[in-house]
Design a binder for this molecule. Structure first.
Ligand SMILES: NC(=O)c1ccc[n+]([C@@H]2O[C@H](COP(=O)([O-])OP(=O)(O)OC[C@H]3O[C@@H](n4cnc5c(N)ncnc54)[C@H](O)[C@@H]3O)[C@@H](O)[C@H]2O)c1
Length: 337
């Protein structure tokens, strides 16, 4: 039997990373998780191994630690990297920009240095639709102008550019920047999902907490956006669809060098109130909500044209909004801290 390929998942204990570990292990890859547990719990590894029947190898470490990143590549034979590690709150990035540049940009540069020294050139990077800034025309295609509305968005844009320059300078790099739209839901087992340590800033963790009675009501930020019901519109995608897109990208960069960016979305816009309504119907619970002023950095509308992912990777999201709600709720109900 041939050697299994080994994937280093930086930030692999987090929401998206943990689901990626599941699809990688089930597909026969070996996985090394490197995480500093700033926003993850250790027991996620146990849950991953319960789902898959085998465990990722764990390294507790920080991508900003040069010696640590060097040692990882010196001690393990790594074939490719999936880089999920970072901070992701738009509002927090406005008050703590230095931390966002330090972790998201400096940390990524450290990782790239260690990869280059070890001659590991295959990378999948967690980018975001935030790199389109406040775009006017929907749906968004990969060649739309980019911009940013927050320090968080700027870190994503800067890292995309750094990666592009690396790939231009050395043709051995094969880099896929996956521009995530809005991942929701959880693995169907209900044992891994999205749980922000501290106060969540993403919508679904707040919705499920309100439905479970952990919070009294949900704040809906902004009721005067130029949308049908006045609330912001996003392109929600099931996290399992999203991580299956990573598997397809991994296969693609095995054969194709260079840099490219691809949208991972469903191509459907849903307003905040529509999402709340779908959730209430799907799980048969009410979610009390109140309007609050718009948040700095939030944009009115954003949805993807996912055609390129289908053309390059043969991938398309197929899980419904209702499924995302059911799986997020199942995770909330079965999660035992
Ligand atoms: N969730 C979303 O809505 C979304 C949307 C677009 C892009 N992204 C990007 O996808 C990536 C993963 O997002 P997520 O939702 O899984 O977030 P998450 O916070 O659940 O996961 C990030 C993981 O990285 C770890 N981490 C943070 N700083 C680290 C450091 N310095 N060294 C090592 N590990 C570190 C955390 O402990 C956590 O386990 C992020 O880069 C995020 O910006 C997420």
């Amino acid at each position: 039997m041939g050697r299994r390929e080994t994937i280093l998942a930086c930030g692999g204990a987090g929401f998206i990373g943990s689901h990626a570990c599941v699809v990688l292990l089930l597909k026969g890859y070996d996985v090394i998780v490197l995480d500093n547990f700033a926003n993850a719990r250790r027991d996620v590894l146990k849950h991953i191994s319960k789902i898959c029947g085998r465990k990722p190898h764990l390294i507790q470490g920080d991508i900003r630690n040069r010696a640590c990143m060097h040692d990882v590549f010196a001690n393990y034979r790594i074939d490719a990297v999936m880089h999920f590690a970072g901070l992701k709150s738009v509002s927090e990035s406005v008050s703590l920009p230095w931390l966002y540049y330090d972790i998201n940009v400096h940390g990524t540069l450290n990782l790239l240095t260690a990869m280059r020294e070890a001659e590991v050139f295959r990378l999948i990077y967690s980018s975001s639709c935030t790199v389109y800034g406040n775009a006017e025309h929907m749906p968004l295609t990969e060649d739309c102008a980019r911009g940013f509305t927050s320090p968080y968005g700027h870190t994503k844009l800067v890292v995309e550019d750094i990666l592009h320059e690396f790939a231009k300078a050395d043709t051995r790099w094969a880099i896929s920047c996956l521009r995530y739209f809005n991942p929701l839901g959880a693995h169907k087992s209900g044992t891994i999902g999205e749980r922000q340590l501290g106060t969540p800033s993403n919508l679904m963790p707040l919705i499920v907490q309100v439905a479970a009675g952990e919070r009294d009501f949900l704040r809906v930020y902004g009721n005067d956006y130029p949308t049908a019901d006045g609330t912001a519109v996003r392109d929600y995608i099931h996290v399992m669809d999203l991580v299956e897109g990573h598997l397809a990208a991994l296969v693609y960069i095995q054969e194709n060098e260079g840099w490219h960016a691809v949208n991972l979305g469903r191509g459907k816009g849903t307003s905040v109130l529509q999402l709340i309504g779908t959730f209430e119907t799907a799980v048969n619970r009410s979610v009390p909500w109140e309007f609050a002023p718009r948040r700095f950095g939030d944009i009115p509308v954003c949805w993807a044209d996912p055609t390129l992912a289908s053309r390059l990777y043969g991938w398309a999201a197929h899980r419904s909004l209702e499924q995302m709600c059911l799986d997020a709720w199942h995770w909330q109900c079965s999660y035992l801290p």
